[in-house]
Design a protein around this ligand. Structure first.
Ligand SMILES: [Zn+2]
Length: 417
C-alpha cells in the first residue's frame, strides 16, 4: 500500500507557481535533519474560485520534484472532497481527504448503532490507555450516543473511500478522514469510538483530522486555552497509539492538524508531545503561500507594490462577500483595518510589515492579514497580469515562500531548538 511518511506538510499553492519554493523549504529541513514530505493540497472550493483543474496541481508538483531532484516522498491531496466532488480529482491525486463533517450528528439507522455497540464491549467500562493518567470511563449509553453522532459520517467516509478504491486501486492512494469543519471539537473518548468505527468500515485511514478545542483561524495564531489543547492533543496521540494496536488500522495512522499554519503558540507543545508517543504528524497549512506572494510583490516595490495595494483596496470594497464563506474561521476587527487611501501611501516596508506574520513586529496587523488571506479570488480575477507579476518577481516571491515555510513552520515543528 502507498504509505504516508511519518512527517508531512500540506502546502497549498493556489496559483500553481510556488511548488519549487515550497519544496525548497522541505529540502532545507532535510539538510537540517528532518525528513518532512510535501503534500500539495487544493480543495474543490479553491479550484472553483480560481477556475483551475486538479491536474494543474500534479503538473506543478512534478515539475518542482524534477527541477529540485527531490528523491523523497511527495503527494497530491484532493482536499476536503465528498462523493459528489471527488471524480475529477481521482486521476491526479494520490491522497484523498474524505470530508464527512456534514454527516456528523445525522442519525445512523438504529440497527447499525445496536450492531456497533454489540460488536464493541471492549469500549465499555474502565479503559486503561498508555499515556493517559486516569482510565477512560465510558458507559454503554455513552458508546451508543457517540455512535449515534458519528456512525453515519464514518459510513459516508467508507462510501467515498470505496469509490476511489474502485477506480484507482486500494493500494494506490492514501486516505485521510477529516472531521474538522464542524462546530464542536471531538473528545479523546469520541476519537477512540470513531477509530473503532473506521476500522469496522474497513477504511485504511493513515491520517485523521479531528476538530481540536480552540480557534484555528486562517493564517494567524491559535486562540484558546493552551493547557487544554496540550492535554487533548496528548490524549489524542495516546488514543491513536492504542487504536492501531487494538483494531485493524494502518500502524502509521497519525493526526492531521488542519489550518495548521501560523499556529506558533502550539508548535512547541506539538514538538514536545510527538516523540513521547513516537508519533507522526501531518500539518496542513491554510493556503498562506498566496500571502507570501503578495508580500513578495510588495517587497519588490514598483508594479508589484502597486498591485498588492490594489488587491487591498478591492478587498475593502468587497469585505462582506469575501469574508462570508469563511465566517467561522476568521476573526477580523473592522476597526483595525486601515483605509485603502492610507495603505495607498505605504512604503514596501509598511505593507510587508503589516502582512507578514511576525507577531513581534509592531506593524503586524492580523485583521489585514486575514482579510487578504480570503481575497485570493480577487487576484484570480486579474488573470494573466497577476501571473506575469509573479514571474517577473519570481526570486523575491520565492524567497518569502521558502522562508515562511522553513523558518516559521518546519523549523519550530520538526527541528531541535
Ligand atoms: Zn480542514
Amino acid at each position: 500500500m502507498l504509505t504516508l511518511e511519518k512527517f508531512s506538510i500540506g502546502v497549498g499553492d493556489r496559483f500553481a507557481h510556488q511548488a519549487k519554493a515550497q519544496l525548497h523549504a522541505c529540502q532545507l529541513a532535510l539538510k537540517a535533519g528532518a525528513e518532512v514530505v510535501p503534500v500539495w493540497n487544493k480543495s474543490n472550493r479553491e479550484h472553483s474560485f480560481i477556475g483551475s483543474e486538479p491536474a494543474s496541481v500534479l503538473t506543478a508538483a512534478r515539475e518542482a520534484v524534477a527541477a529540485l531532484d527531490w528523491k523523497h516522498g511527495w503527494h497530491v491531496d484532493a482536499d476536503h472532497i465528498r462523493l459528489e466532488t471527488v471524480d475529477r480529482f481521482i486521476p491526479s491525486s494520490d491522497f484523498f481527504t474524505l470530508d464527512v463533517a456534514d454527516s456528523i450528528g445525522k442519525p445512523a439507522p438504529e440497527t447499525d448503532i445496536n450492531a456497533f455497540v454489540d460488536r464493541h464491549p471492549e469500549l465499555i467500562g474502565s479503559l486503561t490507555i498508555a499515556g493517559i493518567d486516569a482510565p477512560l470511563q465510558i458507559t454503554r449509553d455513552q458508546v451508543r450516543a457517540i455512535a449515534a453522532q458519528f456512525l453515519l459520517a464514518v459510513k459516508d467516509a467508507g462510501k467515498i473511500y470505496r469509490h476511489v478504491a474502485s477506480v484507482k486501486g486500494p493500494e494506490n492512494f492514501i486516505a485521510e478522514i477529516s472531521m474538522d469543519e464542524t462546530d464542536r471539537p471531538q473528545t479523546p473518548p469520541e476519537l477512540l469510538v470513531i477509530l473503532a468505527a473506521i476500522a469496522d468500515e474497513g477504511i485504511p485511514a493513515q491520517t485523521i483530522a479531528p476538530k481540536f478545542t480552540g480557534r484555528f483561524n486562517k493564517g494567524v495564531d491559535y486562540v484558546g486555552d493552551l493547557a487544554q489543547f496540550e492535554r487533548e492533543f496528548s490524549d489524542d496521540l495516546a488514543v491513536i497509539a492504542h487504536a492501531v494496536q487494538r483494531y485493524p488500522l494502518p500502524k502509521n495512522l497519525k493526526l492531521s492538524v488542519h489550518s495548521g499554519s501560523d499556529k506558533f503558540s502550539l508548535y512547541p507543545i506539538i514538538r514536545r508531545l510527538l516523540p513521547k508517543f513516537d508519533a507522526g504528524l501531518h500539518i496542513k497549512t491554510a493556503g498562506t503561500t498566496w500571502l507570501e506572494e503578495l508580500i513578495g510583490l510588495a517587497e519588490s516595490g514598483g508594479d508589484g507594490l502597486a498591485f498588492s495595494k490594489e488587491i487591498y483596496a478591492d478587498a475593502m470594497d468587497h469585505i462582506q462577500e469575501l469574508t462570508a464563506p469563511y465566517a467561522t474561521v476568521i476573526d477580523i476587527d473592522p476597526a483595525k483595518l486601515p483605509a485603502a487611501a492610507t495603505v495607498q501611501a505605504w512604503s514596501s516596508a509598511e505593507f510587508t510589515g503589516a502582512l507578514r506574520h511576525e507577531p513581534t513586529n509592531p506593524l503586524f496587523n492580523s485583521s489585514l492579514r486575514q482579510l487578504l488571506h480570503v481575497s485570493f479570488k480577487l487576484a484570480a480575477k486579474k488573470g494573466q497580469r497577476y501571473l506575469d507579476l509573479l514571474k517577473d518577481n519570481e526570486a523575491v516571491v520565492a524567497k518569502n515562500v521558502t522562508h515562511n515555510l522553513f523558518e516559521r513552520h518546519l523549523r519550530p515543528l520538526f527541528l531541535p531548538a
